[in-house]
Ligand binder design. Structure first.
Ligand code: ASP
Length: 329
């Protein structure tokens, strides 16, 4: 029996953002069919299920893969209950919620924002950076000014529930530049990759990053080649987990390059995860996961530890898939 399980999304069991398929040992299991026909979207984690449906509204009308992934990302960015993406995200050690995002299309065009505070949709701003500037990346005050100049919605962060948690955390954590604890529960980006009806690929990655990170820290999520990589000649990949480890192996770009030389998406994701494992002597709490899809419609994912899953949506399918992994917690 294949270790991966499909959990039908129509199930009563799901409450987005709270549960993973690991919580339901009795859920129906299916052999994983890695190949998907037609338009398809994959997204990291359980919040991907709802995000995929928002993205599908674009794909089903013949919209582009890039626009679909941005629509999906915006859905998650608006979710007040999500503590790792958008408005509900957790702050850095100084109490600032700083958002990171990037987008890429299959022709190699990309845009990215980092350290963006007080703006509702960093994914949409990243797309505007791609379309309206000669640059690939804007960060901090410049990114914010750009967003304001282009009329992007503003938000007040942290939201009250998150601020309350932060103030409690701060009582125990007074040093602004002490390295944050590695804890697999304090990060969970959404990365979305899609193929549209024309066969073009696009992707978006958006996050509030590692909770209680040092001020100024950027992870992999806004970095093209680390958190996301897309190439119509091959396919697409995106990442989640400890961004530092993903940046150091240029994770998503390498997944795509391994698919270019013939690996299936799951094999390519596994190879990069094994590389991360080899290069990090201490794997305590180091969770990283990748998902990928190729031109033929093969899809897959792999993570360091168990517990990583991704959402898959096509015209026939709408479900969570447990990624394969190297080891158990
Ligand atoms: N990769 C993100 C970061 O390092 C966080 C995550 O995916 O959990 O900022």
């Amino acid at each position: 029996m294949n270790r991966r399980k499909f959990i039908k999304s129509g199930s009563l069991f799901f409450a987005a953002g709270t549960l993973s398929s690991f919580d339901f040992p009795d859920a129906p299991t299916y052999e994983f069919n890695d190949k998907v026909e037609g338009p398809v979207i994959l997204s990291t984690w359980i919040h991907g299920l709802e995000a995929n449906r928002a993205a599908w509204n674009v794909l089903a009308k013949g919209g582009s893969a890039l626009d679909a992934t941005v629509a999906g990302a915006m859905h998650t960015e608006s979710d007040l209950t999500n503590r790792s993406v958008g408005i509900g995200g957790r702050p850095d050690r100084a109490g600032h919620v700083t958002l990171d995002a990037c987008v890429m299309d299959g022709d190699g065009r990309s845009g990215s924002v980092g350290f963006l505070e007080g703006i509702a949709h960093p994914a949409a701003v990243a797309k505007a950076v791609m379309e309206k500037t000669p640059h690939a990346m804007l960060v901090g005050a410049g990114a914010k000014q750009f967003a304001l100049d282009h009329g992007f919605e503003t938000i007040k962060t942290p939201i009250p529930e998150v601020k309350k948690d932060y103030l409690a955390w701060k009582k125990e954590n007074k040093d602004l530049f002490k390295p944050p604890k590695i804890n697999h529960e304090n990060h969970d980006t959404i990365g979305l990759i899609a193929r549209d009806a024309k066969g073009n690929f696009g992707g978006t990655c958006t996050t509030s990053g590692w909770a209680y990170k040092m001020p100024g820290r950027l992870g992999d999520s806004p970095i093209i080649g680390a958190g996301l990589f897309v190439d119509n000649e091959v396919g697409a990949a995106t990442a989640t987990g400890l961004g530092e480890a993903i940046i150091r192996v240029a994770g998503s770009a390498i997944v795509v390059e391994l698919m270019r030389i013939g690996m299936k998406p799951s094999e390519a994701c596994k190879e990069v995860v094994l590389r991360i494992i080899r290069k990090n002597k201490d794997l305590t709490g180091l969770q990283c996961g990748f998902i990928a899809m190729d031109k033929e419609g093969n899809v897959g994912g792999f993570s360091v530890y168990n517990g990583f899953n991704f959402a898959l949506k096509s015209s026939l399918r709408d479900e969570m898939v447990d990624a394969d992994f190297d080891r158990k917690w």
